[in-house]
Structures are given as structure tokens and as C-alpha cells.
Design a protein around this ligand. Sequence first.
Ligand code: ADE
Length: 253
Amino acid sequence: MQFEVFTLLPEVFPSYLETSILKRARERGLITVHVHNIRDYTHDKHHTADDQPYGGGGGMVMKPEPVFEAIESVLGLNPPPSTSEPDSTTPIILLTPQGRVFNQNVAKELSQHPRIALLCGRYEGIDERIRENLVTDEISIGDYVLTGGELPALILIDAVSRLLPDVLGDPTGAEDDSHAMGLLEYPHYTRPPEFRGSKVPDVLLSGDHKKIDQWRRQQALLRTFQKRPDMLEKADLSEADKKFVKGLKSNVE
Ligand code: ADE
């Protein structure tokens, strides 16, 4: 999977991408991240990528020309005619607090594309013509406002990459994640078996995998019931799950 990132702050990206799982995924050729500096597509002496808003008001607005030129030349879109085939199937995603809200389902959807382009907004905003005539999707990572789209782009790259085959060491790694099954994930323990008087649940030491699976499923249901009851309404529950949840509800009443 290939990510094309367009930003005015390319220096933000390497430290995270050169660490841990994403580093290994890149080294193994499972993901490629190209970070493009929008300023490289300006043509004036000062490499101007922003300007004052028409109509007045505070803040600066990202100019359309360098953004169009950067994205069109990397994706081989028009103009100018490029030697490579135009890539009009790649989603061009603007990271903005006005976008649809990112979640595990959106991550899964994006993981089906061989290539995606991520445009990081900066300053007070971007010229509306970029949104109207270039961008094909808009994504927000939550209802709060950051200083730019760089952290949201890294978050999206991280969440999408770990869903790709072989990126996580464990082939079932992403299946039990919180949100992957529409539930929060069960609790985890490692050694020691007792820490400051607090013990690892006996069932996890029992070696009985059927019982362990059942305990984990019930813990996932319990956690979701306690912390995110809204998710339970939409989760895909078996008859046994429903019975367990009914028991939880009747304990509260
Ligand atoms: N840029 C600024 N805030 C953002 C957010 N919440 N999501 C995506 N991009 C942003």
C-alpha cells in the first residue's frame, strides 16, 4: 500500500515512520510512504504557499496553485500531460475537522485501496477550490481542532497499515482489537502472576483454551457494557452473548 502525503511540514513524519511496526512494514515493502513538500511546487522566490483571505479576517489560507500542482504531478493527473498513466482512482483525502469522522470501519475501507493521497491542511484553512475541484474525500479524526492535518495523517497511516496483511507479527493481531469486532477488547495480563496483591485471573493460567476464549468474550462484552454501551447496540452478538448481556443489564436494574 502506498501513501502519498502532501504537507507544508514534511519534517514531522520521519520520526514516527522510522519506529517500530511502521518501520518494519516499510522495510519489508508492505507499505510505502512518500512525503511531498507542497512548498517544492511553488515558483516564486519566497516559496509562498499561503496568502491572506479574500474578504479580510485573521489567519492565512493555503493557496490553490502549489497544492494542485503537487498532487496532479505526483498522481499523474492533468495538466501537464504526464508520461505515466493518470491515476484517477486514488482517493485524495483532505484531513480537516469538517470531514467524516475516522473510525475502524473507515480504516478498513481505506485499507482496500492500493494507494491513497493525504492532504494536510495548515494555517486557517485551504482555498475552497482545492476542496471543490481536487479533493475526493474529507476525514476528521475527531471533534476537536488541531493546528494542522499532519498528526491526523499519521494516525490514519498507522490505523490503516496495521490492518494490511503481514504488517502485525501475529496473523490474528488485528482481529481481536477494540472496535474490530464492534466491541472493546478484553483485558490482558503478563507475568508476574501476582503484582502488589493483585492476581491474574485463574482462568488465564488454566491452559483450557475453550474457557479462556469464553472468559475473553465475556470480558469484552462487560467492558463494552460498562464503558461504551452505545457500541453494544450495533455489535454482532450471538445468542450466548445476548444472554450474558441480559444478565449484566438485570444486575444493574
Ligand atoms: N486538522 C485540524 N484538526 C483536525 C482534525 N480534528 N481532524 C483532521 N484534520 C484536522
